[in-house]
Design a protein. Sequence first.
Length: 484
Amino acid sequence: MWGVSTQEKAPSSAKPLNSIDTFFHITERGSTIGREIRGGVVTFFAMAYILVVNPSILSAALPQDGSITPAGIAAGTALVAGIMTILMGVVANYPLALAAGLGLNAIVAFTLVLGSGLSFQEAMGLIFWEGILITLLVLTGFRDAVFRAVPYQIKTAISVGIGLFITLVGLINAGIIRAGATPVQLGINGSLQGWPTLVFVVGLGLTIILYVRKVKGAMLIGLITSTVLAAILQLFVHLPVRSEGSPTGWGQTIPALSGSPISIPSFNSLFQINFFGAFGKLGVVSVVLLIFSLMLADFFDTMGTMVAVGAEGGLLDEGGNPPHSSRILLIDSLAAAAGGLGGVSSNTSYIESTAGVGEGARTGLASVVTGVLFLLSTFLSPLVQLVPTEAASTALVFVGFLMMAQVLEVDWKDPEYAIPGFLTIAFMPFAYSISVGIGVGFIAYTVIQITLGKARQIHPLMWLTSILFVVYFLLGPIRAALGA
């Protein structure tokens, strides 16, 4: 890789690099150390918003005594994400990063705490048990078996659907798509307005220009350039965070640095957990249903994410399976339990990892780089918060384009795959949920196979997961019927 023949004696300074190459199979996967580092950096910046968003969401559920603070949640979020992402890179050798899951943290705040009356610590207890349960499913081979039971074309549709989903996430986060007179519309009343919008347009436009010119690091250059532009603009216009009163403000973070770029982290969320309190407060039936809903959301989000990352990087085998899938699933499952212990909600695999893969990442070295940056961010939170959502969103939207190319792998002339594929792709962005898209696709596939008289060809695990998704979609009526 470094121009030194394997028969020649390499300089001593090259040995560590060769060892890294050997450990992560970098050359074998057609990558370089430079590309892995660049990909890891891009993934981190694409995910860095979680360090701001997770405390924002969980703050509604924090104890009133001030024992856990938003700053503590931010530090804990970075710590757990850093450790688990490094483990993903070293153990599974896969360019997949993990952090507190969006959606899952909303369940913690608005369903478990505000909706069910649990304390923050009791909610973290349920997150922990969900992680333990899903880990047991991995160790028994069940989770990996379910993944391999899914037909290849459905897996491909999942990747495409995720591409559209993260595109929508990016456009909404950047304020390009908003709610209005219609359910969604362009900008404000159908018009693009405000300096943050300009930052996004410049960043995405620059990324596209560099990409078609085949410039390496197009997304990273676009992201950094738009961040610098945002910081310069903020010096002159002094915009607040976007709100009803300030619709042209910044999405979630203000690109301005006040004071030192280094801060001492406060990890006051760590081990803030009550393992069994929820059982006594809500009863076993309610707790089981809550854990079940958490598990399904986590279970299939990860499946879709690891397929999408593998497809983007050309890492899937003939059956659409990534290398060491059982290791990937194990680390992801342990991350859920770690999120409970860390008091930061369930950690899960992030689809933003495709941003790094789009920049060339193919191995776990990229994950190690991302993880190290998360650990450093516990001390550099002011710098992390400097990256506005509008800048980070450029990478998400562009990766959506890259993932869309896989749509050709679905046989659109065969309705038994085309219809489930279409529903999978459509429901992910429209329901704003990867799990919902997967569930609708699974159920549609099973129903169509039965209709065609091919029920015996359906894998038993597809039967099981389809039934479980029916239960998942009907959890509300089921809980009401059980009085839970």
